[in-house]
Structures are given as C-alpha cells and as structure tokens.
Write a protein that binds this ligand. Structure first.
Ligand code: GLA
Length: 437
C-alpha cells in the first residue's frame, strides 16, 4: 500500500504525470541527433507512452457523470425479487423523502428483469409476470418523478445467476432497445464471458450506446478482473474495481486474494482502493460497489463510516435498502448534505489513506476550494482518540485552520498543528478543514 505523507503529494500527482511526459519528449529531441538506434528506440517509447497516456487521460465524451452518479439500485437487498410495483414505489419514495433533492437521481433495476428468451426479432424483453407494463412504461414512470432510469445487462452470453440472455453479440441491438425505452444508465456485468475480451466487448457496447444519440451512462461491472482503470476511461463512466461488496464488516477475507465476484465485507473493498485513486476523475469513476450502509448486519456507526469513506473515495453513491421503511437515523446518513458535497466535489480527486493501515486510520481528500475532507476511521472494537496532523493534509504546522465536524454539523473552531477526536468503534469522525476567512 502506497503511503502519501502529505496532501501536497496528492494534489501534485496528475501534474507530475504530465511533467514526466514532457521530460520524456525533451530527452528524445536531444537523443535523436547522434544515434539512429537511440532515435528509433525513442520513437517506440514515445508511442508507448502516448498510447498509455491516451488510454488513461482521455475520457468518454458523453458529457455524463461529471460528478459520481448517485441513486438507488435493487441488487444488494432485493436481489432477484423485483417487479415493477417495487421499482415504482422506490421512485415514489426517492421523489418525496428528500433524496432526489439531495442528488440521488438514478433508479437502477439490476438483474432479474429480463425474460428468459429474446423476442422473435432478437430484442430483449422484460419478464411479463414481474414487469407486465414493460420497461418503457416503467422508465416513463421513473422520469415522471423527475428521476433517471437505469437497467442491467451482461457482457456475456447470459446474465449473472439469472437464466436470461446477455448482450454478447447483440450490443448494437440492445443499446438501441435501451435507448428506445428511455434508459439513462446501463450497468453491464461480466458473467458467462469465457474467452471474451473485456476491452473489445465493452468498447462495442460503448460505441453502440453513443450511436443511439441518447445520453446513457455506461457502468462497467467486470469486478476489476481486467484492470479497467487502465483502459476504460474513454469507454465507460464508471467501472467496478472489485468483486461484490457484502453487508458485513470484513467477512469473506479468506477469498480476498482471489479475482472475480467474491462477495466480501466492505472494509476489504475499501482496502483495495488506494492504489487506483489516480485513475478516477470527472466522467470516469472507480466504483467500489453499492453502499452497504443501512443494510441489515451493518450498524449505524459502520453505516456512517461506509458512507463517509465512499465520499472520500469520490465513489458513485448507490443506496440499496428498502427506502419505504427507512428509519430516520438511516435517512439522516443518506441525506447528510455536507458529506454528499464531499463526494460530489467538482475537482473529482479521489482521496487516500495517509496513515499506516491499521486500527486507527486517517483518510483525506483534497477539495476544489482547497479545503480538505478528512475521515478519522476507527477499525478497532472500542472508542479511540484519533488525530490528523496538518502535515498529513499538506499544510504547515503553524497554519491556523478551521475545522468542521460533518456529522455533528458543528464548527470546532480554529486549530493549529492537528485535530484530535474520540472516534467510536467501527465509526468515523468526518471533518472539513480549511483556511480561516
Ligand atoms: C454480479 C454483480 C452484482 C449484481 C449481480 C446480479 O454479481 O457484480 O453487482 O449485478 O451480479 O446477479
């Protein structure tokens, strides 16, 4: 795990990347005159660097997801037990409980909506028992609530765990069908893809989507198996970095090192993120999977921690619980506008852990207005005092900085050198630290 000693290092990194490229060009100019071999080697290296840079720096030009997408997804709680009535009632709830105003605007129907066969013309169709009115009508309903509509498909021959056709070989047709239904967001999974080249098949879907002229987010879900962060920025708006997150603290650690869709506790998913932070940005996001906050088996403290750390990661925020029965203390988590503002910060810089990994951790994220978001994260089983130093956030120790607690919604005054707070077991203290005005 790479450790950044100061926030300055976090801010500098994208520019350092560019500078390195510039330096390389200068080196070539000098080297090309005397030796033909060196010159050719230089051209080869430059081409490689350019290709790498393009695959990392070019973003998908569909204008969407300039900040991490937010919404509700049916998978984590309902799995395959979905129907149009459920989806409608979720849309009703989001439109009236303050979530839509807070930024949760995508309602995503995950696996379980498809009929087991394509129609006679090869088109995907909805399961008529569960979705008798059809997907177009459902999307229309969701739109009528001022929300956007998302749907699931799979890049392989069949969906994950649901015996229904995947989009393999039907990318153009399926993208057209989705566009004609009024879909705004496509999650494309990675089951049943033996022998399939991930980059090729997701590129096909992405191009097909662009051809439809309907703006649709592409959310790739190949679990990080093919290192999508290295090549998907010009194809997709977000890509899963790991297998599925499970509603538990650190269960599944025995399968931690296996690739693929092993469900595991959300803190293990968190631990996989720091090396990937440089690949995220406006329009193309690392996706550490759905929030488990509020799900049975996740305590309130853990829920606050999950939500806060996903905001530090600039992660897409997809809630999965049954919103119709959301307890007020859980609603207060999802509606915390100060934490949401951190997640949605326009600079789109993913945060990092700036302490050694362990029971007491400090995670920081630089924000556009030069404030720093900080999560003091206590993984231990008892309340513990945790400090963040100004050095850890890239400031001089004698600087006077304001500290605001984003869960208490309270200013903590002007501080120097460090800020320290007791953090509950499995919980966070979330702060915004900035210059005095
Ligand atoms: C895979 C994905 C999940 C979900 C299920 C549906 O496991 O990673 O997010 O879509 O399939 O079956």
């Amino acid at each position: 795990m790479r450790l950044f000693s100061s926030l300055a290092a976090l801010r500098r990194r994208p520019f350092a990347k560019r500078a390195a490229f510039g330096r390389h060009q200068r080196g070539c100019a000098i080297a090309m005159i005397p030796h033909r071999r060196t010159y050719l080697r230089c051209i080869a290296i430059s081409t490689l660097v350019l290709t790498l840079c393009l695959s990392r720096c070019v973003a998908l030009e569909n204008g969407l997801a300039r900040t991490p997408p937010m919404g509700w997804n049916s998978w984590i709680v309902f799995e395959f037990n979905i129907d149009e009535k459920l989806i409608r009632s979720m849309a009703d709830t989001i439109a009236t409980n303050g979530m839509r105003q807070a930024g949760y605007d995508y309602v995503v129907v995950d696996a379980g909506w498809k009929a087991k066969q394509r129609g006679p013309d090869g088109e995907l169709a909805a399961d008529t028992t569960r979705f008798p009115s059809g997907i177009k009508a459902l999307a229309g309903y969701v739109h009528s609530k001022g929300l956007k509509f998302g749907i699931y498909t799979d890049a392989g021959s069949k969906d994950c765990g649901w015996d229904a056709p995947g989009s393999l070989g039907h990318e153009e047709q399926d993208a057209k069908t989705f566009a004609s239904w009024g879909v705004d967001f496509i999650k494309e999974d990675w089951c049943n893809t033996e022998g399939v080249n991930a980059r090729e098949v997701y590129t096909k879907m992405s191009r097909a989507m662009l051809k439809t002229d309907r703006p649709m987010v592409l959310s790739m879900c190949e679990w990080g198996d093919n290192h999508p962060w290295l090549w998907a920025a010009d194809i997709a708006n977000m890509w899963r970095t790991t297998g599925d997150s499970k509603a538990c603290w650190d269960c599944g650690h025995e399968s931690k090192d296996k690739p693929g869709g092993y469900p595991r506790g959300w803190t293990l998913i968190l631990d996989a993120q720091p090396p990937l932070r440089q690949y995220t940005g406006p329009g193309h996001w690392n996706d550490p999977d759905l929030l488990v906050a509020g799900v049975k088996g996740v305590s309130l403290e853990e829920s606050r921690a999950n939500f806060s750390l996903w905001a530090i990661l600039a992660a897409p925020l997809f809630v999965g619980i049954d919103l119709r029965w959301m307890p007020p203390e859980v609603a207060r988590i999802f509606l915390n506008k100060e934490v949401i503002a951190v997640d949605q910060d326009a600079a789109g810089i993913e945060g990092d852990r700036v302490s050694p990994p362990g029971d007491q951790e400090v995670w920081v994220r630089p924000l556009q207005n030069k404030d720093t978001a900080v999560a003091l994260f206590n993984r231990s089983g008892k309340t513990t005092q945790i400090s963040v130093t100004w050095q850890q956030i890239g400031r001089k120790s004698n600087e006077k900085l304001t500290v605001r607690d984003l869960w208490r919604h309270e200013d903590q005054g002007v501080r120097q050198r460090e800020y320290s707070a007791p953090v509950p077991a499995h919980g966070v203290t979330m702060l915004r630290i900035g210059a005095t005005h």
